[in-house]
Ligand binder design. Structure first.
Ligand code: FAD
Length: 405
């Protein structure tokens, strides 16, 4: 007999676990299970990121990213405060190093204001006073940006989920299934499971899960590896804030930034390299199925065609540490080649549309008994608690309060 649950969540990254907790706390008596193919929680994106609690500066006003990120900052801090988890609101400086970047800084300032985010323009002299090791002609100061360890938060939520009767089934992969009149049948590496409703928070596998369960989608997950270096040989007060470049519109994502870590020290990164495997973290890792699916997708070729020079630039900076260093030295000349030590990379699950564009906003697709989180890139770790509230409201017809799960 297949085991039966009211709700099954597929994927134990921070979005899946926050959703499971939200179901558990808002649906009393419901049987909730999380199915995770790895042996532990948060081994992919949720455990391989910059650890930045984003304030919400960058996102298009009115977008789900802008809304959930703003709510997520408060919800993440509250969760940490209530559960004795560490975070630090260290603030960040977005630094312009030439006139062109200064112009783009102004646009970013306006966007942050539209998003209702606290942001302060800073002159070059003020920026150098705040950060003597940083060069800037102008900057924006975001006092509410912080850092945390999202994997630790996910593990904590998972612990509470199981302690209060939730079923966390690790080492079990969902391989297929179907929607029935009553709910969902999931086929896993261990057998069958029946669910009243299923939520798929499968990150790098989100398109495959959506296709397997008959959701209508028109995107594919394209993996972008983000490579970091840990900074060594530098003093603990190299910088006091997070230091971000002004995003380059020719390149996706936020650019290589200098990030303070919860366990001390700093990293620089991440770059954004088209990866040959969705979960292959080595530079040369290739997976035949992943490659076949990327290369057979027209959106992939349109993406590459439109961004050929930046894509090659990312590959070159991945292959050459010296080239990578030049990106950091634009704003922190003090860091040298010998200061860059290896650090674990992450791989972004980025939904790309058929016309070759990166889908910018969070994307949710539902069928009668399923909900698929189809695109949850950064700042989805910051936003996981309001995303979970949104998912559960959508699934159960309730309202999305924003309190922590
Ligand atoms: C390099 C990098 C830097 C980032 N920096 C930040 C940051 O500073 N701040 C921020 O807010 N966000 C950041 N992000 C984004 C953030 O990490 C992600 O948005 C977030 O972790 C997504 O969580 P998730 O639960 O959706 O996905 P994941 O953490 O990837 O979890 C998905 C889970 O689903 C499981 N799964 C997949 N398929 C199956 C299956 N068939 N059966 C069972 N299980 C399955 C996987 O094993 C995995 O555990 C960054 C991301 C990257 C890659």
């Amino acid at each position: 007999m297949a085991e039966t649950f009211d709700f099954v969540v597929v994927g134990a990254g921070i979005v899946g676990i926050a959703t499971a907790r939200r179901l558990q706390t808002t649906q009393p008596g419901a049987r909730v299970a999380v199915i995770e193919k790895e042996e532990a929680v948060a081994l992919h994106q949720s455990g391989r990121n910059s650890g930045v609690i984003h304030a919400g500066v960058y996102y298009a006003p009115g977008s789900a990213k802008a809304r959930f990120c703003r709510l997520g900052v408060a919800a993440t801090r509250t969760y940490c405060d209530e559960n004795g988890l560490n975070y630090e609101t260290c603030g960040k400086l977005i630094v312009a190093t030439d006139e062109a970047e200064e112009g783009r800084l102004q646009a970013l300032h306006e966007r942050a204001v539209q998003n209702g985010i606290r942001i302060e323009p800073v002159t070059g002299a003020e920026a150098r006073r705040m950060e003597p090791n940083i060069s800037a002609v102008a900057a924006l100061y975001s006092p509410t940006t912080g850092i945390t360890d999202f994997a630790a938060i996910a593990r904590h939520m998972a612990h509470r989920f199981t302690a209060e009767g939730g079923s966390l089934r690790t080492g079990e992969a969902v391989t297929g299934g179907r929607e029935t009149a009553q709910g969902v049948t999931l086929t896993t590496s261990r057998g069958e499971i029946q669910a009243g409703k299923a939520v798929f928070c499968a990150g790098l596998g989100s398109d495959r899960m959506a296709q397997a369960f008959g959701a209508e989608i028109d995107f594919r997950v394209i993996p972008f590896r983000g490579e970091y270096y840990r900074i060594v040989n530098q003093p603990e007060d190299l910088v006091r804030h997070l230091i971000y470049p002004v995003p380059n519109p020719a390149r996706p994502f936020l650019g290589v930034h200098l990030t303070r870590k919860m366990d001390g020290g700093f990293t620089v990164g991440p770059n954004a390299v088209l990866a040959g495997a969705r979960e292959g973290y080595g530079k040369l890792d290739m997976n035949t199925r992943d490659l076949r699916e990327s290369l057979s997708y027209p959106g992939f070729w349109r993406l590459v065609g439109r961004n050929f020079a930046p894509a090659m630039g990312e590959l070159a900076a991945s292959a050459s540490k010296r080239l990578y260093l030049t990106r950091v030295q634009r704003y922190c000349a003090r860091i040298t080649l010998n200061d860059l030590a290896p650090y674990k990379p992450g791989i972004r699950a980025q939904a790309v549309s058929r016309d070759g564009r990166l889908i910018d906003d969070f994307l949710f697709v539902d069928t009668e008994h399923t909900l698929h989180v189809c695109n949850a890139p950064s700042p989805a770790a910051t936003s996981s608690i309001p995303i979970a509230a949104h998912i559960v409201a959508r699934l159960t017809g309730g309202t999305a309060g924003t309190e922590a799960p």
